[in-house]
Design a protein around this ligand. Structure first.
Ligand code: ZN
Ligand code: ZN
Length: 411
């Protein structure tokens, strides 16, 4: 038996007045997701526990059977590994986004107009920076996908205990502060503040940004590091569960988590991490990967991005695209030999434009599972499902049980 885990990032939501009190999942009428629900058993998934609104990192860790309370060392470590940077133990890593600030250093676009190709060119300007505040530190910046990137500080005496937070719309970019009295935290805050200032001075009048302004697009005139972390250590799936895993994902965060979990990372051209991602290419990559792996995780970032943008049409569109992707997978796999788990890592509210602690629908199929009579994959239908309420940490043991490898007590 093999297994496929399909994660629609932030795909779950609340009922919306403009959808006549349906959720985006219900409004999208995803026939292939509904087919999986009809074939299997459904329930409500709390990635961490009720009342906790998780980020994708800790949610995905839990879903893969890793204990986030033990292994989570901050987001940056996963991002850097996923970006292909060989992190050393002393390094500290940050997610680092291109953004747009005005002359008062207030963020007027957190994603620099969802910059794409221009970001790759601008990133070349941020190589081999020498910072005055720390001449002994190597500064590594890598753009990963659109406005997203990774910053690694390589050297001694650094700390992640600094106030490096996600850029927030209409707020001034505050200086990063040390969060303890150590010289390491003070030094790291100084380095990051200089990095932000230097990035602004390099980027603000770059010809690409002048052109962007001319075209009416927001200039990507600053880089904001956030989510600091160190190199994480996870137990690989083949050791823990005896499974050979593969991951089909666009975003570095998920690639990093999967790579550290010992999974093969399948690169898919056309996977953008946004609504326009090539879901057909993802389906084909997953179908290829399942041939020589026991477990394939397919992650689609688009629903989360659309939700943070408050883009209802975009969210419904990407749900429909994921549904078509699932259709391709269902047509080409042997359901007698494959379990499928379809889930969202957390709910992202279109209305609030942020993650919520709401449970998400999960549905799991296997050839001989007792069908629970639920025929739709949605937040509402999942309330009536046979799985009941489960946590992220239960997903792998449930799948293993259906694959004929139940986890024994105390293991
Ligand atoms: Zn997520
Ligand atoms: Zn999100």
């Amino acid at each position: 038996m093999k297994a496929i885990i399909i994660i629609g990032d932030g795909m779950a939501d609340r009922q919306l007045k403009e959808l006549n009190y349906l959720t985006p999942l219900e409004a999208a009428e995803p026939k292939n997701m509904n087919r999986i629900a009809s074939l299997g058993t459904s329930g409500l998934l709390y990635a961490i526990s009720p009342g906790i609104a998780p980020e994708s990192d800790v949610a995905t860790l839990a879903i893969l059977g890793q204990d986030p309370y033990k292994v989570y060392t901050g987001r940056g470590g996963f991002e850097a590994i996923g970006a292909g940077i060989e992190l050393r133990n002393e390094d500290i890593a940050f997610r680092c986004d291109f953004a747009t600030v005005n002359e008062d250093f207030v963020i007027v676009d957190e994603k620099a107009g969802r910059i794409r190709e221009d970001a790759t060119e601008l990133a070349t300007q941020i190589q081999d920076l020498k910072l005055k505040s720390a001449t002994d530190i190597e500064v590594i910046f890598k753009q990963t996908l659109g406005f997203k990137g990774v910053l690694v500080l390589r050297g001694e005496n650094l700390s992640t205990n600094v106030s490096a937070c996600k850029p927030k719309l209409n707020t001034r970019v505050n200086s990063i502060k040390p969060l303890d009295c150590s010289p390491e935290a003070k030094r790291t805050a100084d380095i990051l503040n200089e990095f932000i200032r230097v990035s602004h001075s390099i980027l603000k009048d770059h010809p690409i940004n002048r052109e962007r302004r001319f075209r009416g697009q927001p200039p990507a005139n600053v880089l904001i590091p956030w989510g600091g972390g160190r190199k994480p250590s996870l137990s690989p799936l083949h050791k823990k569960y005896g499974l050979r895993g593969a991951c089909v994902a666009a975003v570095s965060l998920i690639k990093g988590i999967c790579k550290l979990s010992g999974m093969d990372i399948i690169s898919v051209s056309g996977a953008t991490g946004e609504v326009d991602t090539d879901t057909t290419a993802k389906a084909n990559a997953a179908l290829k990967a399942i041939k020589d792996h026991d477990l394939v995780l397919i992650h689609v970032e688009g629903p989360d991005e659309a939700s943070h943008d408050g883009d209802l049409a975009g969210k419904i569109l990407i749900i429909k695209k994921i549904d078509t992707m699932i259709g391709t997978i269902l047509e080409n796999i042997d359901l007698e030999e494959t379990c499928i788990a379809l889930l969202a890592d957390h709910a992202t509210s279109l209305k609030l434009k942020k993650h919520t602690a709401d449970p998400t629908p999960i549905t799991i199929t296997s050839p001989d599972i007792v069908r629970d009579g639920v025929t739709h994959y949605s937040e509402r239908a999942a309330y009536k499902g046979g799985l009941g309420n489960i946590y992220g940490k239960h997903v792998m043991p449930i799948l293993l049980n259906l694959m004929g490898k139940p986890v024994e007590f105390g293991v």
